[in-house]
Design a protein around this ligand. Structure first.
Ligand code: MN
Ligand code: MN
Length: 476
């Protein structure tokens, strides 16, 4: 009897020993990447280095020297050290459209305020302003690290990473002891810890003035603990208090990503939204070396706050880069640029909610993503009647179904949660404005936006395979 039923498969049971080796090796590379790159700038720096080693050249240099590009040439464009585009020129004309992978490299975190440092009762602290959607109560009572850059008046940049090396100190935000939390425990979760409560503890030792005559009656000087912290920072990084005004310093969970589960089937780590898709896109981009259609991977910043700003997907940076590349292959015109963009196909890669037995009520189980059931396609996102969503065209989805089937990829489809509970957007709706085919694609996550997020290694593996297949795929 014919069986017309669709069954979404568990990926783990389909693997050979060889598959498993490739899968776990990939997960190890991915864990290293997210352990060592916890800000958008760190991601760009590391990926530019790896891209250069793979033969990618800086677009800015090529523009200056008017170096022409042809099939097989590889270029990258680094925008403000926070967004990155990688491109490999295909055999066919660009006007026939690009194969685009897009993901974001910013993640929820706590940013330092412009005047962050203060002292209260002989404790020095940093004031923070949270970035992106966080549950504030999740960021207290855990070890935190300090990552970022300080731009100095003389034009030099100082890189800061404190709290990742085993020998480094870490910092953190205190929570109220349960014994005195009677009032706090009655509050709503959203109010129990407020944004202004997220102050990072830095130290408690006051600066001692060694030149001062010990016998002389000491004048009590103000804020000597803060002064001591400034001294430490000046010794190590050569910075002073005013330098914080031109700094981008992010407070993130300290420590490395790790295997999760007794069977090591999952990864727990910070910033998997959306470095999990960014890293897979990057590896796929590098792997496909002589593409038919020009391939491009776009890794953007600011997705977590609406894709705004110069380094976000709404920025003209993407369009300008495509125009520059068209120019260097000798095909630029305003009309050709529009045709290139409109004729492109894109996987807008981002994470989605995976069904969680601890919180079953928020997902509709027939249209939920599951850990270990492969790469996820979201035909649409949005909230309340698909509002704010890019909905992928049925014809495009059909072609992708054929692509994953032809490449033996295990896949699933989902909606982000039950109707009217909430929702979210990605970068898909922005590039859809060019008229191109674009769909949301990625992996399911547990504890999304928490300091430590969880993904399935099988899903990572299937996602990476999907991206490689997509960059090579011939669409109708
Ligand atoms: Mn995301
Ligand atoms: Mn997010």
């Amino acid at each position: 009897m014919a069986n017309f039923k669709k069954e979404y498969k568990q990926a783990w049971t389909s693997y050979t020993e060889e598959d498993l080796k490739i899968l776990f090796d990939y997960a190890d590379r991915y864990k290293s990447f997210i352990s060592e790159n916890k800000t958008e700038r760190e991601c760009v720096r590391t990926l530019v280095k790896q891209a250069e080693e793979a033969g990618y050249r800086n677009l800015e240099e090529l523009i200056k020297t008017d170096t022409k590009l042809s099939a097989g040439d590889k270029v990258y464009a680094n925008y403000l050290d926070k967004a990155l585009i990688l491109c490999c020129i295909g055999e066919k004309s660009l006007e026939e459209g690009l194969r685009l992978l897009g993901a974001h490299i910013d993640s929820p975190r706590l940013d330092l305020k412009p005047n962050p440092l203060y002292e209260d009762t002989d404790i020095a602290l940093f004031k923070t302003h949270y970035y992106g959607g966080i549950k504030k109560y999740q960021w207290v009572a855990l070890p935190l690290a300090i990552h970022g850059v300080v731009a100095k008046k003389d034009g030099s940049m100082v890189n800061i990473v404190i709290g990742e090396d085993e020998s480094d100190p870490v910092v953190g935000i205190s929570d109220l002891l349960i014994h005195l939390a009677g009032e706090q425990m009655q509050k709503k979760l959203s109010e129990a810890i407020t944004g202004e409560d997220l102050n990072v503890c830095l130290g408690t030792i006051p600066l001692q003035d060694k030149e001062k005559d010990k016998d002389k009656e000491k004048e009590k000087e103000k804020d000597m603990v803060k002064a001591n912290i400034l001294n430490l920072l000046n010794e190590k990084y050569g910075i002073e208090e005013e330098d914080f005004v031109s700094a981008e310093i992010e407070i993130v969970p300290a420590g490395r990503a790790r295997d999760y589960g007794l069977d090591r089937s999952m990864v727990i780590g910070y910033g998997q939204d959306d470095r999990v898709c960014s890293y897979a896109s990057f590896e796929a981009q590098l792997e496909v070396v002589r593409p038919l259609k020009t391939t491009m991977t776009v890794l953007v910043d600011k997705e977590e706050i609406g894709s705004v700003g110069a380094s976000g997907m709404h920025s003209k940076f993407f369009e300008n880069t495509v125009a520059e590349i068209l120019n260097l292959v000798g095909e630029y015109s305003s009309l050709k640029l529009r045709r290139t963009l409109a004729g492109s196909k894109m996987l807008s890669s981002d994470v989605t909610a995976a069904y969680d037995p601890n919180h079953p009520s928020v997902l509709e189980k027939y249209n939920a993503a599951y850990l270990g059931k492969g790469v996820v396609f979201n035909k649409y996102t949005g909230s309340k009647g698909k509002s704010g969503s890019n909905e992928a065209n049925a014809e495009y989805v059909a072609e992708l179904r054929k692509m994953v089937e032809d490449n033996h990829i295990i896949w699933q489809t989902s909606e982000l949660g039950r109707i009217d509970l909430g929702g979210g957007g990605t970068i898909a709706y922005i590039v859809a404005n060019y008229g191109m085919d674009v769909i949301d694609c990625g992996v399911g996550v547990h504890s999304m936006h928490a300091p430590w997020e969880v993904t399935s290694k099988a899903d990572l593996y299937e996602m990476r395979k999907t991206y490689v297949a997509f960059l090579k795929n011939e669409f109708r």
